[in-house]
Design a protein. Structure first.
Length: 263
């Protein structure tokens, strides 16, 4: 297995990888980073284009399997000491291996033609915590949904915390983007998919009293503010009944309850 050893902190590639922690740099370079053996392996299995790999030389034997497979595929390998790896890593406690991958060039824009009639979807409006968004995508794959739609001000899907929370699901789960949530509502309606929103608005009914097992899209709102009034007024609002004194749930937990009900 051939690799190039990097011996200095000032190496240009180390600096370039570190810059990919910022969204603007990812977009400009057309690249993103996945860290940790699990995510690197998931990216490889899912067909993500891996350009180069950086690893901690002290852990070369631990990662020998994935390194040899990637080397056989023509991926460039680079090794360095732990201190230098830390300089490139986005996470504060890196696992000793990361991969620089090519951003997906195919369009993930939500269109009526992309919507499956009879399908089941979760729509995210302004979900800003990458851990929440990543957990929702992972749960959507686990429960067999047909897609997750990211709308206005929802987190970047190449954010490292998002990628770690998905545990690789984002490489497989259909994810669509729509600039405005209300536009997504109209597209689902045009396709004949019934749209609901989780919100404690007048007229909201229990999730137990609606059938969301097919032909349904459910909107999950912002962690602090919930869904917008515009969405509440243009969809059927549903609530998750609770018996305790808590009047709201974490966005990812609420979405998980909804998706369980969608099975």
């Amino acid at each position: 297995m051939k690799y190039t050893e990097i011996k200095t902190f000032s190496n240009s590639m180390i600096k370039a990888i570190a810059r990919l922690g910022k969204k603007s740099e990812r977009e400009e370079a057309g690249e993103f980073v996945v860290e940790g053996e699990k995510l690197v392996c998931e990216a490889e299995k899912s067909g993500v284009k891996i350009i180069r790999v950086l690893f901690d030389l002290a852990k070369k034997q631990q990662f020998s399997g994935i390194l040899e497979r990637l080397a056989d595929k023509g991926v460039q390998l680079f090794g360095c000491e732990a201190e230098i790896f830390q300089k490139a890593a986005v996470t504060t406690t890196p696992q000793g291996i990361l991969a620089v991958c090519k951003l997906d060039e195919k369009s993930n824009e939500l269109t009526v033609s992309a919507i499956k009639q009879g399908g089941k979807y979760i729509v995210l409006q302004s979900i800003q915590d990458p851990g929440n968004a990543g957990t929702i995508v992972r749960t959507a794959e686990a429960f067999g949904l047909d897609g997750v739609v990211f709308t206005e001000a929802t987190v970047d899907i190449y954010h490292m915390k998002f990628l770690r929370a998905t545990m690789g699901s984002s490489f497989r789960m259909p994810v669509y983007f729509c600039e405005r949530c209300i536009e997504a509502v109209h597209m689902f309606e045009d396709k004949g998919v019934h749209v609901y929103a989780t919100a404690l608005f007048p007229g909201a009914v229990s999730i137990k009293d609606v059938d969301i097992t097919k032909n349904a899209a459910v909107i999950i709102g912002n962690e602090g503010n919930g869904i917008s009034r515009e969405i509440a007024e243009n969809t059927d609002c549903i609530i998750i009944p609770m018996t305790g004194k808590v009047n709201s749930l974490n966005a990812a937990i609420a979405a998980s309850v909804v998706m369980w009900q969608m099975q």
